[in-house]
Design a protein around this ligand. Structure first.
Ligand SMILES: Cc1cc2nc3c(=O)[nH]c(=O)nc-3n(C[C@H](O)[C@H](O)[C@H](O)COP(=O)(O)O)c2cc1C
Ligand code: SF4
Ligand code: SF4
Length: 253
């Protein structure tokens, strides 16, 4: 069984590839939260968590999901995180999250994919060339991950911590989560045509259309799917996204 989250489609693509190759069920974390179901794994069934790296760590809503998940028969457990650049200490943070449940992470991988974060100066989507290269590399990487998972490899820590990993995950991350994971600055500009696409695509149903304009509730994880999906590029996060690009996973072709 694979539990996954994805904002702009990178982690969804990885999760779908792995689920298909291993013939295992795939569950979208926001759906699982809504359904409040309990799960029982088959004997020898693998348990995977696949999610994007946020602020050099496991997204806090994924951590909360792991803490509350009702599941029996947990054995072989792994994580795959996608990122634009590097993951800091996401692996170590994930290990602690699952250890609190009495579980052990057997193996972990990072798949570098096109950038989705655009809410700070210096962060923007990748150029088409870089995007294509990352998607091309990701295809081979997923093949390798599937091979390792088929034989339930233990002890693989194939992640991309990057430089200054401790500072990023222990100093920047708390600040990032506290002040920057917020819908407070979202706004639709005059270019908005009231199509409602942003509301339709929000995985947390956090956007309501009022008088043909989107309004954001407080239940936002900053996945940025609304921003990247707007057909008029009319949705912005304060001034930070001015002149920034849009990206949704399409295979880099
Ligand atoms: C809120 C947020 C924080 C992010 N933080 C990081 C990060 O710390 N390191 C990184 O390399 N990429 C970071 N990214 C980029 C995403 O991890 C990357 O583009 C990922 O593949 C997106 O996956 P998704 O399509 O499944 O949402 C961040 C993206 C968002 C939206
Ligand atoms: S997707 Fe864009 S154009 Fe459509 S309602 Fe949302 S902000 Fe407006
Ligand atoms: S409001 Fe936008 S950024 Fe927030 S969860 Fe919904 S789609 Fe993601």
């Amino acid at each position: 069984m694979i539990f996954y989250f994805s904002g702009v489609g990178n982690s969804r693509w990885v999760a779908e590839q792995i689920a298909e190759a291993l013939d295992e069920p795939l569950v979208f974390i926001p759906d699982a939260i809504l359904e409040e179901k309990s799960y029982t794994l088959q004997p020898d069934e693998r348990l995977g968590f696949i999610f994007p790296t946020y602020g050099w760590g496991v997204p806090t809503f994924v951590e909360q999901f792991i803490a509350r998940l009702r599941i029996e028969n947990v054995g072989y457990l792994y994580m795959v995180t996608t990122c634009g650049d590097d993951t800091g200490m996401t692996y170590e943070i994930f290990c602690k999250d699952v250890q609190r449940r009495g579980w052990t992470c057997a193996s972990a991988w990072t798949v570098q994919m096109p950038e989705s974060y655009i809410c700070l100066p210096g962060f923007d989507v990748d150029t088409p060339t870089k995007e294509a290269r990352k998607c091309q590399n990701a295809r081979q990487r997923v093949v390798d991950i599937v091979e390792a998972l088929k034989t339930r490899q233990v002890g693989i820590i194939d992640t991309i911590p990057g430089p200054l990993k401790w500072a990023k995950s222990h100093i920047v991350r708390p600040f990032f989560n506290r002040y920057l994971i917020t819908p407070r600055y979202f706004k639709a500009t005059d270019a908005c045509i009231g199509c409602g696409k942003c509301a339709q695509v929000c995985p947390y149903h956090n956007i309501l259309m009022k008088d043909k304009k989107p309004e954001w509730g407080s239940d936002c994880v900053l996945c940025l799917r609304c921003y990247h999906s707007c057909p008029e590029h009319a949705l912005h996060w304060g001034k930070m996204t001015k002149n920034k690009g849009q990206y949704l996973y399409h295979g880099g072709q």
